[in-house]
Write a protein that binds this ligand. Structure first.
Ligand SMILES: [Fe+2]
Ligand SMILES: [Fe+2]
Length: 488
């Protein structure tokens, strides 16, 4: 696919076979057969570990019909097991060259270079493992959806994470031979939270017990996904770059669901407080008596999901990250927009470290600090969401501000895994951490309270009292649109 004609043809999706695709799968019988062999296991996995219930209900979902930035999605009612999961790559960019690392300036690779095969496979497997994991984590939420609108958004996110698994499995099957096939099977075998066979990364083995957690997860953890995809979209391995570029268009909706979801919860709380004449946002009992989630508890959920997500960026100082960059496999966030040498020769980057029990900023070789840099870019990106929530609080004239906790808070990976810190980054001894933990992170009692609000609302246009309706519907639909047909 190197000439303009085939690139244009590749912008529409072929739905004639079992596996929708824009890569002319019909002419690649080896990969087509491999994927068709993998398909039944995927469907079994979806039925077993995908959304609990609602599998036979028509859901108003978008399906990709092309890969052009505008008009790639078609909306319609679909029963989830019949969703058209497929292989969609962004169009090949004519003459694309590798933007960074030792191979900078060379034509992008269409095949895997032998010397970085193992590292590349690992990057694809790690990304692939997160996709089904989040579906597993969210599988019980449909039963307590606060509206049909929200239920539909949950299922949209779920089917697209399923498609992201397909995206990575395609790369494994096409470019990694037998090892790739085995890895593709393993992706269906591991289970989020399983004691014997967990998912690969910590945050993807945590529970998503309620809808506030779902919105936090899609705000923060899906945003980690965005950052990883942005870095992989820079890859010298062109098929990975193209795959990730299309995945990013889907990912944007997941973060929209998260940021607007939390915003709607915040707004319901502020409105109820105003109507109930409560001025003090920390008067938790009175706020909760109104049937909404108090702002301090929302802050605790921010603290939890933000800190779990930071762990996904790995160690602050990492030779693996340096290798992935040097070998031109994984770049920086928007590498092609940066204006340095793209090799990082002699460059340094400031990293927060724990030295002699004190948190200090230290300049380290930039190549070793790439995880840190991506994490900093993530924090900047995530801060935009928090700002939106604070604007809602300000507009209601409630004296409260949500904020992101310090990077040393509640960490299990990296520099701060060995210490306790409060959300402002002050180090605490173990006794103080135990004493204050429930002020920083959701307590068992907070969980019980939130759980008590999680009652399903199935009337079209109706919303649970702890969340306000969205400003606009999906695909321009009116407020009382039946996004999921429960009685069909
Ligand atoms: Fe994803
Ligand atoms: Fe996502």
């Amino acid at each position: 696919m190197s000439d303009a004609t085939t690139t244009t043809a590749g912008s529409t999706v072929d739905y004639s076979g079992l596996i929708p695709n824009n890569i002319d799968l019909n002419s690649d019988s080896r990969v087509r057969k491999a994927l068709e062999t993998w398909h039944p296991g995927y469907i079994d996995w979806w039925k077993q570990m995908g959304p609990d219930g609602f599998q036979s209900n028509p859901v108003y979902l978008r399906t990709a019909i092309g890969v052009d930035p505008d008009g790639w999605a078609k909306f319609g009612y679909v029963r989830m097991p019949e969703y058209k999961w497929g292989i969609l790559l962004a169009p090949q960019v004519e003459g694309r060259t590798i933007p960074f690392g030792a191979h900078r300036g060379e034509p992008a690779w269409q095949e895997v270079p032998g010397e970085c095969r193992a590292l590349l496979r690992r990057l694809v497997v790690i990304q692939g493992d997160t996709e089904p994991a989040s579906v597993e984590q969210q599988r019980h939420l449909g039963r307590t959806a606060p509206s049909l609108y929200d239920m539909r958004n949950l299922f949209q996110v779920n089917v697209e994470e399923g498609r992201h698994l397909w995206a990575m499995v395609y790369l494994l099957q096409k470019y990694f031979g037998r090892d790739g096939r085995e890895e593709a099977e393993e992706l269906l075998r591991r289970r989020s939270g399983d004691a014997d066979s967990p998912r690969m990364l910590g945050a993807f083995n945590e529970a998503t017990p309620d809808w506030l957690s779902f919105f936090m997860f899609t705000t923060f953890t899906d945003r980690d996904g965005k950052m990883q995809l942005e870095a992989l979209a820079q890859s010298g391995f062109d098929p990975l770059s193209r795959t990730c570029r299309f995945m990013l268009t889907e990912e944007a909706h997941h973060m929209f669901v998260g940021v607007t979801g939390v915003g709607r919860v915040v707004e319901a709380t502020c409105k109820a407080m105003r109507a109930g004449g409560i001025d003090d946002p920390t008067d938790i009992e009175r706020v909760r008596a109104l049937g909404v989630i108090d702002l301090p508890t929302i802050q605790k959920k921010v603290n939890l999901h933000f800190s779990l997500t930071l762990d996904l960026f790995g160690n602050e100082i990492s030779t693996n990250a340096a290798n992935a960059f040097n070998t031109s496999l994984k770049g920086r966030f928007r590498e092609d927009k940066l204006t340095d040498d793209h090799l990082l020769t002699g460059a340094t980057y400031p990293v927060l470290r724990l030295l002699d029990g004190v948190i200090v900023k230290q300049d380290v070789p930039a190549l070793n600090a790439l995880n840190m840099r991506l994490r900093d870019d993530f924090i900047t990106d995530a801060a935009g969401g928090v700002q939106r929530w604070n604007r809602i609080i300000d507009a209601a004239e409630v004296p409260f501000r949500l904020c992101l906790p310090h990077v040393a808070f509640h960490r299990r990976i990296g520099e701060f895994a060995s210490v306790h810190a409060d959300p402002d980054g002050r180090l605490l001894d173990a006794a103080a951490w135990q004493k204050y933990r429930d002020e920083y992170l959701p307590s068992a009692a907070d969980g019980v309270f939130i759980e008590s609000l999680m009652r399903p609302v199935h009337e079209p246009g109706a919303f649970a009292p702890w969340i306000v309706p969205p400003k606009t519907g999906i695909d321009g639909k009116p407020g009382d649109f039946e996004y999921v047909k429960l009685h069909d």
